[in-house]
Design a binder for this molecule. Structure first.
Ligand SMILES: *Cc1c(COP(=O)(O)O)cnc(C)c1O
Length: 397
């Protein structure tokens, strides 16, 4: 059994704050501060260029990839970290499209995160006027998986509502129609158990600064199924994905397997922080995390509905249908969230009216949830949000 009191003790959480926004940016692992400082002083400072070999910097993208792989059902040697998630979406969709050269349609849904749609559109525009991005409602995805589609690009857990797609069923349906799948695990990795291998997924991507707690700017990850990894062409063919980067060959030859999905120099300082976060994940079992997450989200929904009649549940009521977040609709949701943040309960707001709360068993417990609802119901029932200072929109909501 995962000891959640022990994992909670590994994080720095400001006094008096209840942090329900780990779905946007995870908190600081206490050990990361010393780990990063040590990396800077002992490795960068003392070793300089030799750190690439001596401190193993060059192997870190794959080492961290394997550690993340354990949480998402990926075989060792199938995940590598680097770049940002938007870049990895582009890379995965580009490689996936090349596997179906006769087809020109990428299918996605309106619940996808806009950056994924923007990246796909930008890519398709470069490929030519025949290529189209087809965006349907989430519940219509299955009906639109046809033999015309080259790539099905979906985010498993909807960033606003937490609604979850059935990865296994949709991947099976896709394969039956010759469609290649790209799954975005931004709100899945560290949030729910994922079984990429068992679902026979083709490509998957995700970020490490949300539920995985790698810190702001932590690198993304990409998975390629082992049956494809030796044959896919990496559209972003950078030197570190080359078979032999230090041969400085003028021609590109893709590296072995997942290594080819590397692009350029990895962010070594940021990877040091991420490795501290992964040390905490080593203490956790994803099925325990899921069970606890359901307990916390159920408690939150039950208490909010009992005490805040103005808030309307925007997430699926059945916990099996949602990820590790819960959203409520309220017309003045922005102001209400600002009022909540001013009282130390941190969630976030997504336009037009969604108040979003993330539940992260590694450092949030039932007492936190109960306390958060006491504060939320005070704000709602006494209209404490109705103040000019809570209505001023900031750049990041
Ligand atoms: C958070 C998120 C992103 C963000 O991409 P970055 O390149 O890391 O800024 C992209 N896609 C999804 C589905 C997300 O949830």
């Amino acid at each position: 059994m995962t000891d959640f009191a022990a994992t909670k003790a590994q994080f720095f959480l400001p006094d008096g704050m209840i942090y329900l926004d780990g779905n946007s940016l995870g908190p600081l692992p206490k050990a990361a501060e010393a780990r990063v400082q040590d990396m800077m002083a002992q490795e960068w400072g003392q070793m300089l260029i030799t750190g690439w070999n001596k401190a193993g910097w060059m192997g870190q993208p794959s080492n961290l990839g394997d550690r993340i792989g354990r949480l998402i059902g990926a075989e060792p040697g199938t995940v590598v970290v680097g770049d940002t998630l938007s870049i990895k979406v582009y890379q995965a969709v580009a490689s996936a499209l090349e596997l179906r050269p006769q087809r020109k349609v990428v299918l996605s849904d309106s619940g996808n995160f806009p950056s994924d749609l923007y990246m796909a559109k930008g890519l398709l525009r470069s490929l030519g006027p025949d290529y189209v991005l087809r965006v349907v409602e989430p519940e219509d995805v299955a009906n639109n998986v046809t033999e015309e589609v080259a790539v099905l690009m979906l985010t498993e857990v909807d960033y606003r509502s937490g609604r979850m797609h059935d990865m296994k069923a949709l991947t099976e349906l896709a394969h039956a129609n010759g469609v290649v799948t790209v799954w975005d695990l931004a709100h899945s990795a560290g949030a729910i158990p994922v079984d990429l291998s068992g679902c026979n997924a083709d490509f998957a991507v995700g970020c490490t600064y949300k539920y995985l707690n790698g810190g702001p700017g932590a690198p993304a990850f990409i998975y390629v199924a082992p049956r494809l990894a030796q044959s896919v062409r990496p559209a972003l063919s950078g030197w570190l994905g080359h078979e032999s980067p230090f041969a400085f060959d003028l021609d590109y030859r893709p590296g072995a397997g997942i290594e080819r999905m590397r692009v350029g120099t990895p962010p070594v300082i940021q990877m040091a922080a991420l490795s501290s976060a992964m040390d905490i994940w080593d203490m956790a079992d994803m099925s325990d995390v899921r069970a606890k997450s359901i307990e916390l989200t159920e408690l939150f929904v039950e208490r909010v509905e009992a005490t805040c009649p103005d808030l309307k549940l925007a997430s699926p009521r059945d916990p099996a249908q949602r990820g590790s977040q819960v959203s409520f609709r309220f017309a003045e949701g922005y102001a209400a969230m600002q009022a909540l943040i001013a009282r130390g309960v941190i969630g976030d707001f997504r336009a037009p009216d969604i108040m979003r709360f993330g539940f992260t068993p590694l450092y949030i417990d039932a007492a936190d949830v109960e306390q958060a609802v006491v504060i939320l119901s005070d704000i709602m029932n006494n209209r404490l949000w109705d103040k000019p200072e809570f209505k001023i929109r900031q750049r990041v909501t």
